[in-house]
Write a protein of this length. Structure first.
Length: 215
């Protein structure tokens, strides 16, 4: 049975090439092509594709944020990043957002088709260069001693716990008897220390760290 694909990419030439080539080199069916994240989010549920190819640098909303939001409405979606961006921080942000694969656009179409099939079967395909960067970053993180100024305070850990329980900002502020402005200051400190940029990323990082501790 053909793998159903949705492509989210603002380069129309790239979309045309993929839609023409992938069904030829693999058993794949392109069920949707979207040039913006907003358009994809509005219509992707009707396709419920097996695999989603996601560009990172989309107009307005980024591919990383789009990945995060798609997984909120389609939790089992298998998203593979297809981009020219090989920066380590970008790779990690995409993986933290929920992407299961990361392939660069310079790969041959046959390699891309193999990666899509591998992802569909439950794998996590990555261009070798990207895999090497992931390993390198993990090794550096393991060797790097924790800085005291990066450790969360007791109050910040409490706020993070409440965030994980999906309390609203107003409810958190009320429970801690602080103003929402003070809460936002705490959140800025938490984001900086965890090296994230949003509430969702902070929660994902906290859950990741909690899982590592229990293993």
């Amino acid at each position: 049975m053909a793998i159903s694909l949705v492509i989210i990419e603002d380069d129309r030439g790239m979309c045309a090439m993929l839609s023409e080539s992938l069904p030829v080199v693999g058993s794949m069916n392109i069920v949707g092509i979207y040039y913006t994240a907003e358009d994809a989010l509005e219509k992707i549920v009707q396709h419920n594709p097996d695999v989603i190819l996601m560009d990172l640098h989309l107009p307005n909303m980024s591919g990383i944020e789009c990945t995060r939001r798609i997984l909120e409405i389609l939790p089992d979606a298998k998203i593979m990043i297809l981009t020219a961006d090989i920066e380590s921080d970008t790779v990690f942000q995409a993986l933290m957002a929920g992407a299961l694969g990361y392939i660069i656009k310079s790969e041959r179409i046959t390699e891309l088709a193999s990666a899509i099939s591998f992802l569909h079967e439950g794998g996590s395909p990555m261009t070798p260069l990207i895999a090497a960067k992931v390993v390198e970053k993990l090794q550096k993180a393991k060797k790097k001693p924790a800085r005291q100024e990066d450790e969360l305070t007791e109050r910040e850990n409490t706020i993070l716990t409440l965030l994980r329980k999906e309390f609203s900002y107003r409810n958190i502020a009320e429970q801690l008897y602080i103003s929402e402005l003070t809460l936002k200051t705490h959140l800025q400190h938490i984001f900086r220390k965890l090296h994230v940029h949003s509430r969702e990323e902070a929660i994902q990082m906290a859950e990741h760290n909690a899982n590592n501790i229990t293993q």
